[in-house]
Design a protein around this ligand. Sequence first.
Ligand code: SAM
Ligand code: SF4
Length: 338
Amino acid sequence: MKDRFGREIDYLRISVTDRCNLRCLYCMPEDIETVPMKEILTFEEIIDVVKCAVKLGISRIKITGGEPLVRRNVCHLIRMIKDIPGISQVTLTTNGLLLEEMIRELAGAGTDSINISLDTLDRDRYRCITGYDKLEAVQKGLESAIDLAIPVKINAVSVNWDRYFKVPGPEGDTGISKDIMDLIGLCEKKPVDVRFIELMPIGAGKDYPGIPHDLMIPMIQDHFAGMEKDSHHGNGPAVYYRIPGYTGRIGFISAVHGKFCDKCNRLRLTSRGYLKSCLCYDTGYDLKHVLRDGSSGSQREERIIDGLEKSILSKPDSHSFSQEEKITEKLTMSAIGG
Ligand code: SAM
Ligand code: SF4
């Protein structure tokens, strides 16, 4: 279905939990309150939403969270979604902690690709950023996905951690920290795309030194002779570059400074059943209300479709991340799903 601005909405991000086994500084403050379990959508409710969403043209689903792999039986949900006629792709975004132990089940459920969020390859910094000494588990998870030939992308937020950790010297000023260089190094030999995402001023994200991509991309290009834009972009908003001799690509998702709102194709369903129309605002539709109002059969279906349509039609033309006073979203990213 098209929204008011003629954009085709074919992609739904579903957050299956607001809980997480990490506490990334910019995403999930330590003292955050979690949603009571009875408020969180059941698998049956999620499946009802997806079946209706397909009727409006949604064909691709991203499973997210919180950390989606901490939701019990999440692979069963992935399988059920994959089996819905009209669904072409189910992908996952994860912090990777539980990936190694779950990779076979995820592959068996038909997971089409996996994004692993990873901001540094330095063990101490990883612990400081995420609150846990678990870098090795993520690295094993990454290897296990590569071994099974599941397409993998690494997602890192573009933050100048040198500045945050007060590292003296030129790196702290240029914005290309060792973290960024190490992450780029990952795609030299490994078949993974490494993508940088501009930090959005949502929740705790406001408090960290994000690097605008219009500064970061030229600095990276200066380092890598021959780095050139790749004409093949994929479905999402990432712009990709190739470095000569590297197996994987580098991607940039310039969510704040490189507005791609005119191509926005998505809706977001939070774990408590709110259909969000844009990351920046709290507008949307409380679908849980409909899912739990006791209606059944075709009446239930009509009401869910109506909610989805209302949410699609409430999509604004663009975000206003550069004008903080206009941001109405108060949730943390862990409650939205990114
Ligand atoms: N736990 C999973 C993970 O880390 O991939 C899924 C949920 S997490 C909220 C999804 C993505 O949102 C992660 O890649 C994370 O880095 C990103 N994220 C969190 N806060 C952000 C912010 N303020 N701006 C940009 N990306 C953010
Ligand atoms: Fe958890 Fe993902 Fe947020 Fe980190 S980014 S706290 S892993 S939800």
